[in-house]
Structure formats: structure tokens, C-alpha cells
Ligand binder design. Structure first.
Ligand SMILES: [Zn+2]
Length: 239
């Protein structure tokens, strides 16, 4: 691990300063995105419920139409049966068509009762859909506004993040790519903190004691020393 020649510790510290800010800003912005996403999910859930209500309304409309059509067909049958009734020759035929008319009237009564129930249902569904559509519009406006607000509030953070990313890239150009890789790897493992000071033989990353021999080497600063506990790159600056 100590195969890299004496590093410019100040450069590494600057790199870490940028990394700390990048890590902080990314965390803040991720939270912001999550917040926006949660708002979108809320709106989508409400939208899905609205679609369900619309579907129920459509079903109710169709049910009413179906029954109305059936009633129409039965009306036609009743008219025909009545016509036949006027033309009958025998009592037997008369009884037959009379029963036909009677049966159809009974069926029509039943359908009309059914239709009333479905019309009630349709009316109820229509009201729910209208109410939900209004609520959806209000919620959408509210959520759009909240998301815009969130975006506005995070503009500065986004700009700052770009600045630090640029700065880090600039610093990175002066460093050995393998060192940059090592830095990135350690940072990823340690929550954005890859380069830490050692104070009084204590690693300021994991707050564990550094062996005295290692502490001396860190103080010498001739090579890159990693903390045996947390693998962070150690430096020592007298404060
Ligand atoms: Zn440590």
C-alpha cells in the first residue's frame, strides 16, 4: 500500500476537502430527489385511484345502456305480441299471446327496477369522479409548486456541487491516477472521508489508536500510510 512516492499532502487534503463537500452535497441532493419522487408517487397513487373510479363509472354507464337496450327489445316484443293478439283466430292463440305480453311486461318491470339501481350507482360514480378530478387538479398544482420550490432551493447546492466536482477534477490532474483510484475507493468505503489527520496517535477517521511506529511514519510523511483499522490515508499536520 505504501508504493507511492512522497505525496503532496496538502494536495490530498484539498482533494479531501472537495470530496467532503461533494459527498455532503450529493447526500443533500439525493434527499431532495427522494422528496420530489415521494411527491410524484403520491400524485400517481391518487391518479390511479381516479382511474379506478373512472372505470367504475364507465362500467355503470355500460350497465345502464345494456339494460336500456334490453328494455327496448322487450318493448318491441310487447308491441308485436299485442299486434298478434288483435289478429288471433282461436282462444288458444289468444291465451298464448296474452301470456307472452304478460311475461314480457314482468321482465320489463324487473329490468326497470334493475335500471333504477344502476342509474343510482352511475350517479354516485359520476359524483365521485368529478370530486376526485377536482381534488387531483388541486393536488397536482400543489405538488408541482412544492417540487418547483424544492428545485429552487437546491439550485445553489447543485451549482456548488458542480464547482467542487470541477475543483476535484483539477486537483486530480496533478495526482497519480493510481492514487486517485485509491482515494476514490477508500472514500466510497468510508462515507466520503478518505484522507484524515492523526492527532495524538488517534486516527481522526475511526478514532482508533494508530500503532506508535506507524504514527512516526505518518509524521515523517515520506510515504502514504493507511489506517490499519479503517484504511483511510493518514496525514499529520501539527496544529
Ligand atoms: Zn482509522
Amino acid at each position: 500500500m505504501n508504493d507511492i512516492s512522497k505525496p503532496d499532502i496538502e494536495t490530498l487534503v484539498k482533494l479531501q476537502e472537495a470530496e467532503t463537500q461533494i459527498f455532503r452535497l450529493k447526500t443533500v441532493l439525493e434527499k431532495v430527489e427522494k422528496e420530489k419522487e415521494n411527491l410524484s408517487i403520491r400524485l400517481k397513487q391518487f391518479g390511479n385511484a381516479l382511474e379506478d373510479h373512472k372505470e367504475n363509472f364507465s362500467s355503470a354507464v355500460k350497465a345502464c345502456r345494456d339494460i336500456e337496450m334490453e328494455i327496448q327489445i322487450i318493448d318491441e316484443r310487447i308491441v308485436k305480441s299485442n299486434e298478434k293478439l288483435r289478429m288471433v283466430k282461436t282462444n288458444k292463440e289468444y291465451q298464448l299471446f296474452l301470456r307472452e305480453v304478460d311475461d314480457n311486461k314482468k321482465r320489463k318491470d324487473a329490468l326497470e327496477t334493475e335500471l333504477l339501481e344502476h342509474l343510482d350507482e352511475k350517479e354516485k360514480m359520476e359524483k365521485i369522479v368529478q370530486e376526485n378530478e377536482n381534488e387531483y387538479k388541486l393536488l397536482k398544482d400543489q405538488i408541482d409548486a412544492e417540487q418547483n420550490d424544492i428545485d429552487k432551493k437546491s439550485i445553489d447546492d447543485r451549482e456548488l456541487l458542480d464547482e467542487y466536482l470541477d475543483r476535484q477534477e483539477e486537483i486530480g490532474k496533478s495526482l497519480d491516477p493510481s492514487l486517485m483510484n485509491r482515494f476514490a475507493k477508500i472514500s466510497k468505503m468510508n462515507g466520503g472521508l478518505a484522507v484524515v489527520n492523526v492527532e495524538n496517535e488517534v486516527c481522526m477517521g475511526c478514532f482508533m489508536n494508530v500503532p506508535p511506529q506507524l504514527y512516526i511514519e505518518v509524521q515523517r510523511g515520506n510515504s502514504l500510510i493507511s489506517c490499519p483499522q479503517c484504511s483511510r490515508i493518514l496525514y499529520h499536520i501539527n496544529t
